[in-house]
Design a protein around this ligand. Sequence first.
Ligand code: PSU
Ligand code: MN
Length: 311
Amino acid sequence: MIDILESDEVRAARAEGRALVALESTIITHGMPWPQNLEVALSVEDEVRRAGACPATIAVINGRLHLGLDPAALRGLAQTKGVAKLSRADLAACLASGGTGATTVAATMIAAQLAGISVFATGGIGGVHRGAEMSFDISADLQELAQTPVTVVAAGAKAILDLPKTLEVLETLGVPVIAYGQDDFPAFWSRASGLRAPLRIDDPAEIARAHLMRGALGLPGGQLVANPVPEADEIPAARLAPLIAQAQTEAETQGVTGKAVTPFLLKRLFDLTDGASLEANIALVRNNARLGAAIAHAIGNAAQSRGGPAA
Ligand code: PSU
Ligand code: MN
């Protein structure tokens, strides 16, 4: 049996039947530089709390799956260099070897489902990389959305990816892609990608009902809720385009492959924008945490009125 170590806060929230929102840890270890990564992790958790839900940041520490990290554990993860990046393929081996690692979207979904948590908020999901027709680089996050019943709130997918191909693969896999409050599929730092999202829902309660309806239909898999970055914090896509192209070329010339690709591109973009992308990044993750909490509340309420479990 897998031994899940819950923080005191998570245990108390469960006892009170409070809504839980899962949060990933790869965004901390591989998505942002120190010390902003810790600041973001803490402020995103606070955002969930202010919205009346309980944050459950997920990571593997010394071979144990943690659900909810106290500030000291978060700090340790944020400060340590060379923490493993755990996706679906890596989770079991890391637990078996007593290792430590940060969970990606895919691995966080797996852990959330094990723990009975329906909603997970993050920044951006992994997707189909540019040049995937040659490299075959498609994130395991997409397959996970097809098979694990967790609703993931993200600001779309980063423009470092091939967004049209990412949407095509999600369609093939039968993953509902729901733009929140607009027609366009958001592009992380920018509100618009120029691509229409397959679905649009403006009400968190309706997103919650759709989540429960998938379960009732016996459909495996989750939903991707694409929440645009707040208008005040967005960076125009045109400003980023040349920098993304440069980072991409560097990755190719330096022969970066596999799970190193996404962290490499993210780090280069932070450097190339002198950290300017960070403010938008922070704002959008917090925005996703708020929406995630609203959806988690609505799922809890709907499930309770049917006499089901509250998470
Ligand atoms: N996209 C971001 N920031 C991130 C990631 C993606 O904007 O930090 C992380 C997430 O943890 C995601 C992972 O699950 O990268 C995807 O990695 P890969 O492309 O190797 O599957
Ligand atoms: Mn990849």
